[in-house]
Write a protein that binds this ligand. Structure first.
Ligand SMILES: [Zn+2]
Ligand SMILES: [Zn+2]
Length: 324
């Protein structure tokens, strides 16, 4: 828990399309998505960018692992750092050197694999301020061990490139229960415990800014804690699985006999996610953390149709680098 009143200077991020660069690096399908979502933003106020919308630890060609960012008054608040998160920030024109806050929902690798790397990549991109990170235990140990693992490189770059020492810049905060996590001039962040066995604790986060409320479910089954946290929110960014497609998914993954049991017992189906959104009374439901992440036979309409079974508000089928 922490209350900070120190204002961070307000800056506008460089906006604009990087579609040309992306074209040489991405598959045709992802490129088409990126072109659509990277159009220069005309929005003012709090921004939400989906950096990665895939669920699960296996890298794939369609969706990056989980990561999202809220930008309020020019300050990025990164939520989860799945593999590829730093590069997605670059694609989204979020200067890594402006890193300030990271929130980890839980310690599954598709949410924290690049946690240390985001900090490191910010450092080599010119960051030299302070980064505060929040998440369940053992985030302090994870931070310490990451910095130790990379100490050889870090210690060489300090004299060789004239960089400031990284270790004193990183401040991890462990949270073990729901409640207020951070309050700044711009944003109030609140956490709630969610149900994602066997990972415990696992959190959802709510961001309230002057003009928007955004809730991230993290990974969870439908649960009261999340529904309470998300009451009346403008946006609920929620994980989702397509249960009828899981058998097909599992047939492609060797040596994962108990995976089906885990997925069904700790996530939310594309039908139930609409019930959660309805019970929370949110305005817009944003689907993310798609499982399967890379089944091209699952159309946007199929995801949407399930979510709309019980929810009458707006549903957005999330895509990497989409700004909402
Ligand atoms: Zn996950
Ligand atoms: Zn998980």
């Amino acid at each position: 828990m922490e209350k900070e009143r120190k204002g961070v200077s307000r800056r506008q991020f460089i906006k604009g399309s990087v579609a040309v660069t992306l074209g040489s690096l991405m598959s045709k399908e992802v490129f088409a998505q990126a072109k659509e979502v990277l159009a220069p933003s005309k929005k003012s106020g709090t921004r939400l960018i989906l950096l990665g919308t895939g669920g699960g630890p296996r890298p794939n060609k369609m969706r990056n692992q989980s990561s999202w960012v809220v930008i309020a008054d020019g300050v990025p608040y990164v939520v989860d750092c799945g593999g590829g998160a730093s590069r997605q920030m670059v694609f989204a024109n979020i200067p890594l050197a402006k890193l300030r806050y990271i929130f980890i929902t839980h310690h599954h690798s598709d949410h924290n694999l690049e946690y240390g790397n985001v900090i490191y990549n910010a450092w080599v991109s010119g960051f030299k301020g302070r980064v505060d990170t929040y998440g369940p235990p053992p985030i302090e140990k994870i931070t310490k061990l990451f910095l130790e693992t990379n100490a050889y490189d870090i210690n060489i770059r300090i004299p060789d490139e004239g960089r400031s020492p990284l270790v004193p810049m990183v401040h991890p905060h462990e949270i073990s229960k729901g409640g207020l996590v951070l309050e700044t001039d711009n944003v109030k962040v609140t956490a709630a415990l969610v149900n994602h066995p066997p990972v415990e604790p696992a959190f959802a986060y709510r961001f309230d800014t002057s003009d928007r409320s955004i809730v991230f479910s993290g990974d969870t089954t439908p649960c009261d804690g999340l529904i309470k946290l998300a009451q009346g929110a403008d946006l609920l960014v929620h994980e989702v699985i397509h249960k009828p497609s899981l058998a097909k998914l599992l047939a492609r993954i060797p040596n994962a006999d108990k995976l089906l049991e885990h997925i069904v017992g700790s996530h939310t189906t594309h039908i139930d996610v609409g019930k959660v959104a309805k019970e929370a009374g949110v305005k817009t439901l944003v689907l993310t953390h798609f499982v399967p992440a890379d089944d091209s036979s699952l159309t946007d309409e199929m995801w949407m149709e399930g979510a709309k079974t019980h929810f009458e508000g707006k549903v957005i089928v999330g895509k990497d680098l989409m700004e909402i």
